[in-house]
Design a protein around this ligand. Structure first.
Ligand code: FAD
Length: 403
C-alpha cells in the first residue's frame, strides 16, 4: 500500500459503523473519505428512526454483552470501549438528550433519527471527512479498489480501508450483500447470510387472515416473556417474536414446521381459566360468555383456528390451549424483510482490532460481520462499538508507521 504524510483512508459504507470509524479518525486529525453506493448516508439508520430509534439498552454490561450470543467473546472488548452509557454521552455531545423507556430501551428524546444524523454528518464534514456518494464498490484486486460511479468506473488506491457494508436485509436501503462476492474472491471466509429479527410464516385460515392481519396480539407470553405479537398476512412478527428469532430460526433449521407454545392468558393459571370456563350455563352463547371473561377478538379466533365446535365447549381443552397455544411456524420470512442479518465475515479472519489478518490495513466493521443480536438497541450499539474499535486500531497502526 502507498504511504504518504497524510495517508489516504477509505471507509466504504456510510452507515453508523462506518460513520463512527470516520469520527475516530477525523477527530485525530486524519481526513478519511467515506464512499457509499447510495446518494445519501445512513439510510438504514433513518429507517430505524421510523420505529423510534432504539439506540441502546440500559442494563449491566455483562448482561448487555450476553445478547450477542456466540459473538460475545469477540465483541466484548469493543462493547467495553463503547458502552450503552458511552453511546448516550455521545448523543448528548451531538446536542441531543436520551431517555430510558419503561422496558429499559434507550431512545433520543424526540425518537427521531434525522436530526441526529444531520448533526453527525455536519460534525464529520467540519472535521474534514469527505463523502463520495453514488460510489459502489464493484471489485477489489491487489491494491486497486474499483467503484461504479455516475461518471463510469473509477479506480482508487488507499493506505487503509475500513469496510462497513452492512448486512443484506432491506437491500433498497443500500446493504445488498453484493460485497460478499468481492471479499470472498479474496479468500475472506464468510458464514452464510440468514435473516435475523424477522417474522415467521404461519398458515392462517382465510377468515382469520382477512380479519386480523395488521393487528396486535397483546398481553401474551412467549418463553416466559410478556409482550405482544403482530399478526401479518403471512404469519407473525413484532418485538416478542424478534427477540426469540435466532432460537426459532435454529429450531426450524432442525425440523419444520416448528410448533411454539404461546401463553394467551399469562396472568391466569390453567386451573383458574378452567374454573372460569366451566361456569358457562347451558343456555348461554359461547362467544358472549367468553367475552365476559376477556376472551374475544384475536384470542378467541385463534382458538377457533385449532379447535372444532365440539372441542370449544370443553373447558379443560380450551384452558390448556389458552395457556399453551400451539402456533405452527412453517418457515422464516425472507432476509430482504428482516430487521438485520446473521452471518457475514467470520471473526477468525480478523485480529483484535477487526483488521483482516491476510490484508493488513483493511478492516471490517458492523452488520457485515458474523454476529447477531435481538432488537432493543443491541444492533446500533454493536455496530458503532465496532466502528470505534477499528478506527482506534487503525489510528494505532498509522502512528506506529510514522515512528
Ligand atoms: C426497519 C429497521 C429498523 C431498525 N431499527 C433498529 C433500532 O431501533 N435499533 C437498532 O439498534 N437497530 C435497528 N435496526 C438495525 C440497524 O439499523 C442496523 O443494524 C445498522 O444500520 C447497521 O449498520 P452498518 O453501518 O453496519 O450498516 P448499514 O447501516 O446497512 O450501512 C451500510 C452502508 O454500506 C453501503 N454499501 C453496501 N454495499 C456497498 C458497496 N458495494 N459499495 C459502496 N457502499 C456500499 C450501503 O449503501 C449502506 O449505506 C433497524 C433496521 C431496520 C431495517
Amino acid at each position: 500500500m502507498p504511504s504518504t504524510l497524510q495517508p489516504s483512508i477509505a471507509i466504504i459504507g456510510a452507515g453508523p459503523a462506518g460513520l463512527m470509524a470516520a469520527e475516530v479518525l477525523s477527530k485525530a486529525g486524519y481526513a478519511p473519505t467515506i464512499f457509499d453506493a447510495k446518494p445519501s448516508a445512513g439510510r438504514k439508520f433513518l429507517q430505524a428512526g421510523r420505529g423510534g430509534l432504539n439506540l441502546t439498552y440500559s442494563e449491566d454490561l455483562t448482561l448487555f454483552s450476553s445478547h450477542y450470543f456466540e459473538a460475545e467473546p469477540f465483541l466484548t472488548p469493543a462493547l467495553k470501549n463503547f458502552t450503552p452509557d458511552t453511546l448516550r454521552s455521545w448523543v448528548k455531545d451531538l446536542g441531543f438528550e436520551t431517555f430510558v423507556g419503561s422496558s429499559g430501551k434507550v431512545y433520543p428524546l424526540d425518537k427521531k433519527a434525522a436530526p441526529l444524523l444531520r448533526a453527525w454528518l455536519q460534525r464529520l464534514k467540519a472535521n474534514k471527512t469527505e463523502f463520495k456518494m453514488k460510489h459502489t464498490l464493484v471489485d477489489w484486486s491487489e491494491d486497486s479498489w474499483q467503484f461504479e460511479t455516475p461518471d463510469g468506473l473509477k479506480e482508487y488506491n488507499f493506505d487503509a480501508v475500513i469496510l462497513a457494508f452492512g448486512g443484506a436485509s432491506w437491500p433498497r436501503l443500500g446493504s445488498t450483500g453484493f460485497w460478499s462476492k468481492i471479499v470472498e474472491k479474496r479468500g475472506v471466509k464468510l458464514a452464510p447470510f440468514k435473516a435475523a429479527n424477522m417474522g415467521f410464516n404461519v398458515k392462517w385460515s382465510k377468515v382469520f387472515k382477512e380479519k386480523f392481519a395488521g393487528q396486535a396480539l397483546k398481553n401474551v407470553s412467549l418463553f416466559s416473556q410478556l409482550g405482544e405479537l403482530l399478526i401479518s398476512e403471512d404469519g407473525v412478527q413484532g418485538s416478542l417474536i424478534y427477540t426469540h428469532s435466532k432460537q426459532l430460526r435454529e429450531a426450524l433449521e432442525k425440523s419444520a414446521p416448528f410448533t411454539l407454545s404461546l401463553d394467551l392468558f399469562p396472568h391466569h393459571t390453567e386451573q383458574e381459566l378452567e374454573k372460569k370456563l366451566s361456569g358457562k350455563k347451558a343456555k348461554q352463547s359461547l362467544s358472549a360468555f367468553w367475552k365476559r371473561m376477556g376472551l374475544n377478538g384475536i384470542k378467541a379466533s385463534l382458538l377457533r383456528e385449532v379447535l372444532n365446535t365440539e372441542q370449544l365447549q370443553d373447558s379443560l381443552l380450551v384452558s390448556k390451549n389458552l395457556k399453551n397455544f400451539p402456533l405452527h411456524l412453517e418457515s422464516s420470512r425472507p432476509l430482504e424483510e428482516a430487521i438485520s442479518t446473521a452471518g457475514g465475515v467470520k471473526f477468525e479472519n480478523l485480529d483484535k482490532g477487526l483488521m483482516l489478518q491476510e490484508f493488513p490495513g483493511v478492516y471490517c466493521v458492523g452488520e457485515m460481520l458474523d454476529w447477531e443480536a435481538p432488537t432493543g438497541g443491541y444492533l446500533l450499539t454493536g455496530v458503532m462499538a465496532q466502528g470505534k474499535q477499528a478506527g482506534e486500531a487503525l489510528l494505532k497502526r498509522l502512528k506506529a508507521q510514522v515512528k
